[in-house]
Write a protein that binds this ligand. Sequence first.
Ligand SMILES: Cc1cc2nc3c(=O)[nH]c(=O)nc-3n(C[C@H](O)[C@H](O)[C@H](O)COP(=O)(O)O)c2cc1C
Length: 187
Amino acid sequence: MILDYKNIDDLNRYKIMSGTVIPRPIAWIVTEENGVLNCAPFSYFIPISSNPALVLVAIGKKDDGSPKDSLANILKTKKATICFAKKEDAALVQKCATPLAKDESEVEKFEIEVKRELEDYPPMIANTQSALFCEYYDTYEIPGDTTPVILEVKQQFIEDDKINERNHVFIDNIGRCGVTFKALVDL
Ligand SMILES: Cc1cc2nc3c(=O)[nH]c(=O)nc-3n(C[C@H](O)[C@H](O)[C@H](O)COP(=O)(O)O)c2cc1C
């Protein structure tokens, strides 16, 4: 079967693409603006370069057409802390996708424990195995409702026992597969 994208509407393209390009890592992004901590998951997320160390996150709009809080905060403060979720976080990640008012904090509402590891960046989720402390780098203009945001990783937190002396990393993130989450499995 050939699926011709010009005959497929946005919702169904989303369903097909996000069910096909799997598993996708989840950027569980903490931003901060006016003392309000925002925390939301994004799976249109990928590293695109190691030097400079860049990742791309594609952020859509809210139903009312305004930018999602994460995007508004990144554009304003130029900072984001990307955390990685593990199996036991799946339900909490899902909760963090609940649309909240801009002045309402997911961190407070869902009682997420955070830890300010670096003064100049939003705090990371306290139990994360690894977090990327990022600065805004650029956005890529495309038609439609999505803004691909490029972030530069400046520093990284990683639990001591999750990286070895050869810089091999052993973290067990969950990823997005269609509408479900999947944990990494060994072959
Ligand atoms: C696992 C998962 C992945 C998601 N990925 C994206 C994504 O890549 N882009 C996007 O715009 N929204 C994505 N969402 C929806 C956002 O998390 C949701 O719109 C959230 O309310 C945005 O919060 P904010 O307004 O605080 O930024 C995802 C939701 C879930 C549960």
